[in-house]
Design a protein around this ligand. Structure first.
Ligand SMILES: C[S@@+](CC[C@H](N)C(=O)[O-])C[C@H]1O[C@@H](n2cnc3c(N)ncnc32)[C@H](O)[C@@H]1O
Length: 245
């Protein structure tokens, strides 16, 4: 699926004012539940530096800032950022792309991205950037739509995506095209195992995920290796090479 960054940013600019409301409507209120799970997983600590990528209007950033973390909310859409600054004047919003983060290496204790990675043109490049800006030992959390593993649930969800969601979007949104994009981007997004593999390949360790709402959403996590874990991994690889030789 083509995801031209200018088109994606323009689409979010156009929906910025009503984005959060439509989100709640189309998810049947489940977005709140997903955010609670994300917050529990991240466990933001006072004073921690957290980068929330693709933060939109800051709905994903606000609970972490409320817990006392120093949150930087980054987004590609100027419209979403404008709305975010209006709603959350205490949060620092930065305009930028996930694929080329405007931060020094080893800066953040945690990087989070909620319902954002699917919109990025080169998500694997973004994962490498997340690794770069994290401090050694820093945590990554990716909350994203996924694929329900149970057949009957998957079929029901497909029916929802194919009929109910577009119908509701037609009634509630001035930009139903954006919701066609939403459905297509969810359908073409990798499943839980494939995304976990991308995260591992980017260089993260302790990669795991848990399904939310029967796998409609998955919460992925990983860690940037510390020097010690990096050295252990290198030693393991060297040992494996010795055994193969
Ligand atoms: C579905 S919204 C999610 C917003 C917020 N995280 C939330 O949970 O409500 C996706 C956001 O990703 C942003 N986005 C898309 N591509 C991006 C990129 N390459 N870099 C940064 N943000 C991007 C969009 O502008 C949009 O605000």
């Amino acid at each position: 699926m083509q995801k031209d960054p200018d088109d994606v940013a323009g689409m979010f600019d156009a929906t910025a004012k009503r984005y959060d409301l439509l989100n709640s409507l189309l998810s049947g209120g489940n977005d709140r539940l997903w955010r609670i799970h994300m917050q529990r997983a991240v466990k933001p600590q006072p004073g921690e530096r957290i980068l929330d990528v693709a933060a939109g209007t800051g709905a994903s950033s606000a609970p972490m800032a409320k817990a006392g973390a120093l949150v930087t909310a980054l987004d590609l859409s100027a419209g979403m950022i404008e709305e975010g600054r209006r709603r959350h004047p205490d949060i620092e919003f930065v305009h930028g792309s996930a694929e080329e983060l405007p931060f020094a290496s080893d800066t953040f204790d945690a990087v989070t991205i909620s319902f954002g990675l699917r919109n990025v043109q080169h998500p694997r490049a973004a994962l490498s950037e997340f690794l770069r800006v994290l401090k050694p030992g820093g945590r990554l959390f990716v909350c994203e739509f996924s694929q329900p593993p149970v057949n009957v649930v998957r079929r029901g969800y497909e029916a929802y995506l194919g009929t109910v969601l577009p119908g509701m979007a037609r009634l509630a949104s001035s930009n139903p095209e954006a919701y066609r994009y939403l459905v297509e981007s969810i359908r073409s997004w990798p499943d839980q195992q494939a995304l976990s593999q991308w995260i591992r390949t980017a260089g993260f360790t302790r990669v795991a995920h848990r399904n939310l709402t029967l796998g409609v959403v998955a919460l992925h996590r990983g860690r940037k290796p510390t020097e010690a874990t990096g050295a252990i991994r290198l030693a393991r690889h060297a040992q494996a090479d010795d055994q193969e030789a």
